[in-house]
Ligand binder design. Structure first.
Ligand code: ADP
Ligand code: MG
Length: 242
C-alpha cells in the first residue's frame, strides 16, 4: 500500500484554482523530487499533504488514514508527517537542543529526559551532536537547517516533506544539508522534496514530479525525465534551470 495516496486533489484560494486534480502515490522509502516553475503549486501540494491546508476536493490518505477536513485529523496528520521549510524558523532564544526538545514537549507531551535524549540522538544524526548548547546565531545557515531537520526527526515522522530547504543558504552551505537528506534517503526515510537542485534530484530521487499550472505534468524516474522530457513545458523548464 502507498504511504501517501493523493487522489484528484483540488485546492483553490478564492477564484484561483492552484491544484487542479493531483494524483500521486508515494511508496514507503521512496524519494520523490518535485520540480516546476514558481507558482505551479508545489508548496501548496506539500502543505496539503502535511495538513497545513485544507483541500477542496479529492482525498489524501497517509499511512492508511484519510485526511479529513477536520481540525483533529489535520493535527494528527501534522504529527505523522514532518515538514521542513526554506526558512529554518528556530527560536533564537533557545539553544539548538532546546529547539529540538520543544515540539516534543509541547506536541508529543514527552517528558524532559526523553525529549533531551531524543534531541541528542537526532542532533547526532545530522552531525551536530556537539552543538546541543549552541544558539541559532552561533550556527551557520547550514547548521541551523540541520537543527530544523533534527527537530522534525525528533517527532519520529513516517515521512518528511522538504520545501526548498537549501534555497535560503549560501552556495557553500548547500552540500552539508543535502548530505543529511542523502543519508536519510539511504536509511529508507520516505521523502518528498521540492528542489531546484537538479543534480541532487537526479542522484537521489526514485521519481521526479514536474508540476505545471496546478497539475502533475510529467512524472517518472529521473533518468527518463531529465534525459527525455516529453512535453515542451518540461523541456523549457529544464532549459532554464542550471
Ligand atoms: P510554488 O511553491 O510552486 O511556487 P505555491 O504553491 O506557493 O507555488 O503557489 C501556487 C499559487 O497559489 C500561486 O499563485 C500563489 O500565489 C497561490 N497561493 C499560495 N498560497 C496562497 C495563500 N495562502 N493565499 C492565496 N494564494 C496562495
Ligand atoms: Mg514554493
Amino acid at each position: 500500500m502507498s504511504l501517501i495516496a493523493v487522489t484528484e486533489v483540488r485546492k483553490r484560494f478564492g477564484s484561483n484554482e492552484v491544484l487542479k486534480g493531483i494524483d500521486l502515490d508515494v511508496e514507503p522509502g521512496e524519494v520523490v523530487a518535485v520540480i516546476g516553475k514558481s507558482g505551479s503549486g508545489k508548496s501548496t501540494l506539500l502543505r496539503c499533504i502535511n495538513g497545513l491546508e485544507t483541500i477542496d476536493g479529492g482525498s489524501i490518505v497517509v499511512a492508511g488514514a484519510q485526511l479529513l477536513d477536520d481540525e483533529l485529523h489535520l493535527k494528527a496528520l501534522r504529527l505523522k508527517v514532518g515538514m521542513i521549510f526554506q526558512q529554518f524558523n528556530l527560536f533564537p532564544h533557545l539553544s539548538a537542543g532546546r529547539n529540538v526538545m520543544l515540539s516534543q514537549r509541547v506536541v508529543k507531551k514527552a517528558d524532559k529526559a526523553a525529549a533531551e535524549a531524543m534531541a541528542r540522538q537526532q542532533l547526532e544524526r545530522v552531525g551536530l551532536g556537539h552543538k546541543f548548547d549552541a544558539y541559532p546565531d552561533e550556527l551557520s545557515g547550514g547548521q541551523q537547517q540541520r537543527v530544523a531537520i533534527a527537530r522534525a526527526l525528533a517527532m519520529e515522522p513516517i515521512a518528511l516533506l522538504c520545501d526548498e530547504i537549501t534555497s535560503a543558504l549560501d552556495p557553500e552551505l548547500v552540500a552539508e544539508v543535502l548530505a543529511v537528506v542523502r543519508e536519510l534517503a539511504a536509511e529508507g526515510m520516505t521523502l518528498m522534496m521540492v528542489t531546484h537542485e537538479m543534480a541532487f534530484a537526479r542522484e537521489v530521487a526514485s521519481r521526479v514530479v514536474f508540476m505545471h499550472e496546478g497539475r502533475v505534468h510529467e512524472i517518472g524516474p529521473p533518468a527518463e525525465l531529465f534525459a527525455a522530457p516529453r512535453t515542451p513545458e518540461l523541456r523549457r523548464f529544464l532549459g532554464t534551470t542550471p
